[in-house]
Write a protein that binds this ligand. Structure first.
Ligand code: ADE
Length: 225
């Protein structure tokens, strides 16, 4: 899968993709991430990519021309299955949406800044608008990193133990059950006997019941969907 991220603060996106799982995914050739500096497509030698809003009001608006040049240049080389705009007024991200994006070949993620992009960018280019939650970030970069991380980690072959993505919270519509590791007893706190029993089917049943109970207590909304 190829992910092109368009940003006016590309340095913010250096670190998230150069560590651990996301780094390994790229080394294995399972994911390609390209970050594009929007200022390279500025309308003048001063690096201008934004301007005042027509009609007045505080805050700058990202101009259509640099974004058009960047996206059109990418589209000249390949077809994109989705062009996603990170914005607080988009659809709130969830595991379902992530799963769908992970099936695509080529996607573009556009990071917003300031008051956002000229509405015509959304009309012309954007196929999906995504928010990572009901709060406002200083820009779309951290949201883009969240989205790309969630997508890449579930691409088959990225995680060593493939089943570990399948047992994530939300994958079966439930929160994940509690987990324990050694020692079996710590300062008087015991690991549930069932997990030490070696009885696979019983353990699976226990985990399922715990997942339901945890979801009922913490996220009853998930059970009613
Ligand atoms: N840009 C600013 N706030 C955002 C949010 N909550 N989600 C995605 N992109 C954003």
């Amino acid at each position: 899968m190829r992910i092109d991220i368009i940003s006016c603060q590309p340095d913010l996106l250096e670190s998230p993709f150069s560590h651990s799982i996301l780094k390994r995914a790229q080394q294995k050739g399972l994911a390609e991430i390209h970050v594009h500096d929007l200022r390279k497509f500025a309308i003048n030698k001063y690096g201008q990519i934004d301007d005042y809003a027509f009609g007045g009001g505080a805050g700058m608006v990202m101009m259509i021309e640099p974004i058009d040049k960047c996206i059109s240049g990418l589209q000249a080389d390949r077809t994109y299955d989705a062009i996603i705009y990170m914005t607080p007024d988009g659809q709130t991200l969830n595991q379902n949406i992530v799963n769908q994006f992970s099936l695509l070949q080529n996607i573009i993620i556009l990071c917003g800044h300031y008051k956002g992009v000229d509405e015509r960018v959304r009309q012309r280019f954007i196929t999906h608008e995504i928010s990572i939650g009901d709060y406002v970030l200083s820009g779309g970069e951290l949201g883009a990193a969240v989205l790309a991380d969630a997508i890449i980690r579930i691409i088959p072959g990225v995680l060593n133990d493939e089943s570990s993505a399948l047992t994530d919270s939300f994958q079966d519509g439930l929160l994940a059950p509690p987990v324990f590791t050694r020692p079996a007893e710590y300062k008087g706190m015991q690991v549930p006997d069932i997990l030490l029993s070696g009885d696979g089917p019983k353990i699976e049943q226990w985990r399922f019941e715990q997942a339901i109970e945890r979801t009922r207590q913490r996220r009853p909304d998930l059970l009613n969907e």
